[in-house]
Design a protein around this ligand. Structure first.
Ligand SMILES: *Cc1c(COP(=O)(O)O)cnc(C)c1O
Length: 381
């Protein structure tokens, strides 16, 4: 894996217009130098601990364990400030942007979770902020739109194509091409051109590092399974990455099968996608015969993206991570169950990971860690 060119096996790379090469190289250099800079590490750690609420708990869900027939630990990313894992990456990138002298943050959002997280760090660290959001998502996630506006962000409605995350991403990239000198493009998942996938995974890997410590203190051993849902791959990679060399730990990436894997209404980019270039990276995405991007479908806006980041594509292609699927109905059933059994209203995204555990037959004594990537208030409608 030549990290300098941002490849994960054959996946990844940097396929962008010439105008973006400068800003991407600038960002890459700042990212690598910040990783060796104790001042950066200290500042990020300060906000992660005192602002975000890290480390998040690893919680043994006894009622759910009894119901699903295996010992289940939930990594409570829902307890982060703003209610999901996304703020962790936003803080990292916003501090980088500040070091680069940028004064404006640009981002796309699907569920609105990422947009709220970006608007939040923008308010905290004094950036102007523009968020692109599909018209359909604006309808589905009205409360998050209000929050972003209250936080001082400008929310721009995207009315093209499927009116969801893919088009919002296109628009945010277009904005960045025009305004790269003053603006940082704060990507919300481990997708896009190098250095984004590597950078986002690096910031989110704190999830797996915390889990490793926590599970050792509870179980005196590593877990048998790590399970996470996959939109672009950031919460899954964040949990998995610190364990990739631990051969006995199985890793499952759960994609959204929407109305069903055999219908056209799903978001199975790892399972049903083909290889090509999407949003600046070589990866799997849903495409038609001619290589045009197809629309994805899922009840959960955070998984409704037709592609997937290059690193999770690599781990799946190499066999280290297994990809599987859960449909809308299965996820919705679990949404109710986990609420009633544990008093935790989980994001529909994370319910996909939990529903995989519910369907699976485990051996006696096995231990599973599920990434509860976010809270479900946004999904009540
Ligand atoms: C955005 C989001 C996801 C999907 O994004 P990944 O980059 O794949 O993690 C999953 N869960 C929640 C709660 C989200 O907000």
């Amino acid at each position: 894996m030549g990290l300098s060119i941002g490849k994960f096996g054959e996946f990844g790379g940097r396929f962008v217009p010439e105008t973006l090469m400068g800003p991407l190289l600038e960002l890459e250099n700042e990212f690598f130098s910040s990783q060796k800079d104790p001042v950066f590490k200290k500042e990020l750690e300060f906000y992660l601990r005192n602002y975000c609420g890290r480390p998040t708990p690893l919680y043994l869900a006894e009622n759910l364990s009894r119901a699903y027939g295996v010992k289940i630990y939930l990594k409570r990313e829902d307890l982060n400030h703003t209610g999901a894992h996304k703020i962790t990456n936003c803080l990292g990138q916003a501090i980088l942007a500040k070091r680069l002298g940028k004064r404006r943050l640009v981002a796309e959002t699907g569920a609105g979770q990422h947009g709220v997280a970006v608007a939040t760090v923008a308010a905290l660290l004094g950036f102007e902020c523009t968020i692109y959001m599909g018209e359909k998502d604006i309808e589905r996630q009205a409360v998050n739109v209000k929050k972003m506006q209250l936080l001082g962000a400008e929310v721009l409605e995207v009315k093209t194509g499927s009116k969801t995350l893919k088009e919002a991403t296109d628009e945010a990239m277009r904005d960045w091409v025009t305004n790269a000198r003053t603006s940082h493009y704060l990507l919300g998942s481990a997708v896009g051109p190098h250095p984004y996938p590597l950078m986002v995974r690096t910031f989110q890997s704190i999830i797996g590092r915390e889990v490793k410590k926590q599970i050792k203190s509870f179980e005196r051993r590593l877990p048998d399974y790590l399970v996470a849902c996959v939109g672009g791959g950031s919460n899954a990679l964040g949990l998995f990455y610190p364990f990739v060399k631990e051969k006995k730990v199985k890793m499952v990436a759960v994609e959204a099968a929407g109305q069903g894997g055999d219908t056209p209404y799903h978001a199975l980019s790892l399972i049903k996608g083909r290889k090509g270039i999407l949003h600046g990276a070589f990866t799997y995405f849903l495409q038609d015969e001619d290589g045009q991007v197809l629309n994805s479908h899922s009840v959960s806006a955070g998984l409704d993206y037709p592609g997937v980041g290059p690193e999770i594509a690599f781990w799946v292609a190499s066999g280290r991570v297994v990809a599987d699927q859960v449909n809308d109905q299965e996820a919705l059933a679990v949404f109710r169950e986990v609420t009633r059994l544990e008093g935790i209203i989980s994001a529909l995204e994370s319910c996909h990971a939990l529903a995989w555990v519910k369907k699976k037959r485990f051996n006696q004594g096995e231990v599973v860690v599920v990434n509860l990537s976010g809270r479900g208030d946004k999904d009540l409608n």
